[in-house]
Design a protein around this ligand. Structure first.
Ligand code: ZN
Length: 258
C-alpha cells in the first residue's frame, strides 16, 4: 500500500541495506541501470519525482510500486495528477507535466495520489524538498539548511528535488558544513546531524550525466551513506523523448548533466 512500510527482510549480519533513489523523472533506462548496480538490498526508498520530464512514467511508477518500501511524492508527481498546480513551473516543465498527465494510467495516478509527503524512519526523516516545505523548497545553501535542521526530530534527513548530490552537517561550534558528494566510498554519519541528497537518477544537474543514487547502511549503532554514479544508455532515453514529442531541451540536457 502506498507510503506504508513493509517488514524489513532482515539480514544475518543485522545490517539493513537500503537503496535511496530520488528524481527518477520517468527515465526507465537510468533506473534499470542503477537497479542492476545495487546488488542485494533489503529496502528501496524513493524520495519523489518518479515522473515528469522523461518518456516512461507508467513503467517507472510500476517498478517503484513493486520495489519501494517507502515512496514520497515530488512536485512533478502531484502536478501530473492535478493535485498541485503548475504555476511555479517553467514553460518546459509545464509542457512535460501536461504530456505526463495525458500518459499516466489510472493505476499510476492512484498510486502517486496516495503518497505521504513526509515519512520518519529512525534514524532519518524523508522528504522530497525540505522539512520546511516538503514539495517545493530547493535546499542548496547553509542558511536554508540551518532553519531546516530545526524542523525535523531525527538525527538525519534525506532529501531530493535539487538533483544535486550534497550533504549538510552540523558542527560542534554551531556552524554548518556543506559539500557536494562524490562516489568515493561510504561516509560514516556519526558525530553530526546530516541532511543528505543522493542526487537524481533520471536528470542529474551537477555536471555529471551519470545516474546518481545512494546506499544507506544501518546496523542500529552506526549509519553509513555511500553515493554511487552509474552510466546508462542516455541516447536511448533521448530517442524515446524525441519520439514522444517531449521538449528538446529536456532530452539535450541529459547528455551534459546540467
Ligand atoms: Zn525533480
Amino acid at each position: 500500500m502506498a507510503g506504508t512500510i513493509r517488514p524489513v527482510r532482515g539480514t544475518i549480519t543485522g545490517v539493513t541495506r537500503v537503496a535511496v533513489v530520488a528524481d527518477i523523472h520517468a527515465n526507465l533506462a537510468a533506473f534499470e541501470a542503477i537497479r542492476q548496480s545495487w546488488g542485494d538490498v533489503d529496502e528501496v526508498w524513493c524520495l519523489g519525482d518518479l515522473v515528469g520530464y522523461g518518456p516512461d512514467p507508467n513503467e517507472c511508477v510500476e517498478r517503484l510500486q513493486a520495489l519501494a518500501t517507502i515512496c514520497l511524492p515530488g512536485n512533478h508527481d502531484w502536478a501530473a495528477i492535478g493535485k498541485i498546480d503548475t504555476d511555479e513551473f517553467n514553460p518546459v516543465a509545464k509542457a512535460a507535466a501536461e504530456w505526463t498527465a495525458a500518459a499516466l494510467s489510472e493505476d499510476s495516478r492512484a498510486f502517486l495520489g496516495a503518497l505521504r509527503e513526509k515519512v520518519v524512519r529512525e534514524p532519518v526523516t524523508l522528504v522530497h524538498g525540505s522539512p520546511r516545505s516538503p514539495l517545493w523548497e530547493y535546499l542548496l545553501d547553509v542558511s536554508a539548511a540551518r532553519v531546516n535542521f530545526g524542523l525535523f526530530e531525527t538525527e538525519h534527513c534525506l532529501i531530493g528535488h535539487s538533483h544535486v548530490p550534497l550533504m549538510f552537517a552540523t558542527r560542534e561550534d554551531g556552524r554548518i558544513d556543506a559539500r557536494l558528494l562524490q562516489p568515493e566510498g561510504p561516509l560514516h554519519l556519526a558525530g553530526a546531524r546530516r541532511i543528505l541528497n543522493p542526487g537524481s537518477v533520471g536528470q542529474p544537474r551537477d555536471g555529471d550525466p551519470r545516474a546518481s543514487y545512494a546506499i544507506l547502511e544501518m546496523d542500529g549503532v552506526s549509519t553509513r551513506f555511500e553515493l554511487r554514479r552509474v552510466e546508462y544508455p542516455i541516447e536511448e532515453t533521448q530517442a524515446r523523448m524525441r519520439l514522444a514529442g517531449l521538449p528538446k531541451q529536456l532530452a539535450d540536457r541529459l547528455a551534459t548533466g546540467r
